[in-house]
Design a protein around this ligand. Structure first.
Ligand code: ATP
Ligand code: MN
Length: 493
């Protein structure tokens, strides 16, 4: 009986002796003078290929087997045997090779040689067939699985917050607008017409009935009340504010979904569309939040090493030779916890020459973060208690009145991987903070209500999924750890 197996299954010694059907894509073909061809077959189920031995006794040996090129899709039926070769337990002796789809060797872009990641970004539809992108996809999948398992086991409830929102959570203008207005001819609020001129004997038309001349309409502001939601709407930059409403009712929740930022930062760590995990817990204070973040990251790192060993070996040998050692080291030690003010002292005393001079009150640049993490402590650092002036209104003000209960988790190379805080649960302080940041409390009435009715201490954080995948794989550019990266000027696929 023929069993349909994945390449991963067929590579295991337990499959020896089975007659199997394998389907996948040809990586390479090599012909031996001894009367058979070797086909390296991959189906994405694991990093490694399986070697297919195709004897020249096959009826279609000349017409099909000898025509196979990289990228062809095939179905192979055959017997799994113990492999005499090194580094593989099994191989398959083909009884039949069926060609499913050709891949013209003249034009198929993925030939044997190694391609640059820049080039592969231009063929994002084909890069899943490469070693590296297959490995990234499997690790990314494992990270997502671990995220859900971790929070479910810790008693957090998965909640969905909206993708379209009217609130600007960060108070910054880096949001994508969502509109159905005709942007070439948007409706405009009428400009108050000039006082009608009273002509002798002719009654003046009341202002309301006077048509507004087109020239005047052009001067009006875009009329958002004519838009789909009858107000301005955006793509979310964070599910935090909505997440808090569920935490303040259900206790422990997390959101996990796409997030959008129109920041024009063309860096190796920023995407315009990325995925964020945001746990939020009632009755959590900042130390609880730090403990959760540390347990969470260690769980992800451990799971990836345990469940994706072959992929991680590849990253360790081809992408970043220190990655396994780094991850193991992190899992076996504790994160450094450092108040912002002490971090500033360390930086000032470092004797380093930074591009951005260090002073209390500044937002740390990645050069500062990297110094602390990679040179000074050489392990992940949780920085906390940042100046109130550089952090959003919803973070809890400390007794010193100068700092807020913010925390950023910094890791080597990637820098900030998590940003979080204990939230301001005192109504009066929250309102003061909103005023301080020129926000209109009426726009956030439902958020403010959480402090008005049954307020509780609570805290949470956001982990950028791609930053996490970037960190565990050692991949240098965040564009290579998401299938279809959206960045300024780039939205092809
Ligand atoms: P950064 O300072 O690195 O731009 P941030 O402080 O703006 O990040 P937060 O608002 O704290 O980020 O968001 C929480 C997490 O989301 C970050 O710690 C990071 O992991 C991730 N993140 C933020 N912006 C991006 C982005 N543009 N692309 C990918 N991940 C991001
Ligand atoms: Mn942050």
């Amino acid at each position: 009986m023929t069993e349909i197996l994945s390449v991963r299954e067929a590579r295991q010694a337990e499959s020896i002796g089975k007659t199997v059907l394998l389907r996948g894509w040809v990586r390479t073909r090599r012909d031996s003078k001894a009367g058979f061809s070797f086909i390296e077959l991959n189906d994405g189920s694991c990093f490694g290929n399986i070697q297919i031995l195709a004897p020249n006794s096959l009826a279609n040996y000349d017409s099909v087997v000898l025509q196979l090129t990289s990228g062809c899709s095939v179905a192979v039926t055959g017997l799994v045997k113990e492999s005499p070769g090194q580094g593989q337990a099994t191989e398959v002796e083909a009884a039949a090779v069926e060609l499913l789809g050709t891949a013209d060797a003249e034009t198929y872009p993925l030939q044997k040689k190694r391609h640059s990641f820049e080039f592969l970004r231009t063929i994002a539809h084909l890069r899943p067939r490469t070693n590296t992108f297959g490995a990234v996809a499997r690790v990314r999948n494992q990270v997502c699985y671990s995220i859900h398992r971790f929070f479910q086991e810790e008693g957090f409830l998965y909640v969905h917050t909206p993708v379209i929102t009217a609130s600007d959570c960060e108070g910054a203008g880096e949001m994508f607008r969502v509109t159905t207005l005709d942007i070439d001819h948007p409706p405009r609020t009428p400009v108050p017409p000039a006082q009608p001129v009273l002509l002798a004997g002719v009654p003046a038309v009341p202002p309301a009935q006077q048509p507004v001349p087109p020239a005047q309409q052009q001067d009006g502001k875009i009329d958002d009340t004519k838009d789909f939601f009858e107000r301005r709407a955006y793509l979310t930059v964070s599910g935090l504010l909505e997440g808090e409403t569920y935490a303040c009712g259900l206790g422990r929740i997390y959101t996990f979904g796409p997030t959008f930022r129109a920041e024009n930062s063309n860096t190796a760590r920023h995407l315009a569309e990325f995925w964020m995990v945001e746990p939020e817990a009632a009755f959590f204070e900042l130390p609880d939040n730090m403990d959760l973040a540390e347990r969470f990251l260690k769980r992800i790192f451990r799971d990836v090493m345990e469940h994706c060993p072959e992929d991680m070996q590849f990253f360790n040998s081809q992408i970043d030779k220190t990655i396994l050692e780094t991850l193991t080291g992190i899992c076996d030690s504790s994160f450094e916890r450092l108040p912002y003010t002490e971090a500033i002292d360390i930086l000032l005393k470092s004797g380093e020459k930074f591009d951005y001079p260090v002073q209390w009150g500044m937002d740390l640049q990645s050069e500062h973060e990297r110094y602390l993490v990679e040179r000074h402590f050489n392990k992940p650092v949780i920085l906390f208690d940042y100046p109130r002036t550089i952090k959003p209104f919803y973070m809890k003000v400390n007794d010193d009145e100068k700092t807020v209960r913010a925390m950023d988790v910094l890791v080597p190379k990637v820098g900030e991987i998590i940003g979080g805080s204990q939230r301001e649960e005192r109504l009066d302080v929250l309102l003061t903070r909103m005023k301080e940041q020129d926000l209109n409390a009426d726009d956030y009435w439902w958020y403010v209500d959480l402090r008005r009715y049954g307020t509780v201490p609570h805290a949470g954080f956001g982990l950028g999924l791609e930053r996490a995948v970037q960190f565990v794989t050692g991949m240098a550019n965040i564009r290579d750890v998401i299938p279809f990266p959206r960045t300024p000027g780039s939205c092809e696929f």
